[in-house]
Ligand binder design. Sequence first.
Ligand code: NAP
Length: 273
Amino acid sequence: MVMKGKKGIVLGIANKKSIAYGIAKACQEQGAELAITYLNERFQKKLEPIAEELGCKERLYPCDVTKPEEIEALKESLEKEFGKIDFVVHSIAFAPKEGLSGRFSDITKDAFNIAMEISVYSFIEIAQKLRPILSEKASLLTLSYYGGVKYIPNYNLMGVAKAALEMTTKYLAEDLGRDGVRVNAISAGPIKTLAAAGIGDFSFMLKWNAAHSPLRKNVTIQEVGNSGMYLLSDLSSAVTGEIHYVDGGFNIMGMPAVDFDENGKPKIAWNGE
Ligand code: NAP
């Protein structure tokens, strides 16, 4: 039981397809005690059965990251419940629809600010407000995507937010490292979730990844969950400031691999159906 005795908070479970749910489940299965959050009352009811399943029915807290008072209240609740916490999962992102399709040069300042506040600044603010209750060897984790490093069609505004989030991870890692606290990100391959549904042509992205990854498949929330659990556990005690790819190897490819048929003719790898 790798996570036995560890207590932590997971932000960003919308439903059982969420990456955060995969991470929470992996941690719970390895003995962690959890608290989880919901965005607003509309989502509270939906999350109650999930909280029950994860053994944290009594630790289901509201947290809209655009409301500093809710992050403050979350800290108070966690302190009362756990004293100190050992891990934090930040699995939150949002960009207005106009930022996830169409021309990049049309993005408005309002859309930009909303995406940066919810998808990037929230990680800093959570680290800042929860810092007093982080245990000596605490581990923080956020979620990124390859569109923050290279151009991905339609990822547009979220690509800029993920680039900022990845650097935020590194600067936080240096800053909190002096307290023994680690900060990492997982860059996950595409997975069909609620957030992903907002990205234009997402199903094509899934097909392309499955076809052109070394492992020739898409990743699951269980696979991201297990890698996340490792980064939150003491197994990764010397790992910080990393952007850890869990993408079937997609990011190493400079060009799609070409398989040849029995006649020596190239065929384009394509098993994404
Ligand atoms: P998801 O299930 O929709 O999770 C996104 C979460 O962000 C939801 O729980 C959502 O809450 C929450 N959220 C949005 N605005 C918020 C706010 N103001 N305050 C608090 N929470 C807020 O989708 P997901 O794919 O698992 O996304 C989780 C993370 O993984 C995101 O950072 C995403 O960019 C990243 N990621 C996803 C993929 C992918 O292909 N799916 C790949 C790489 C990285 P509500 O649903 O209640 O609004």
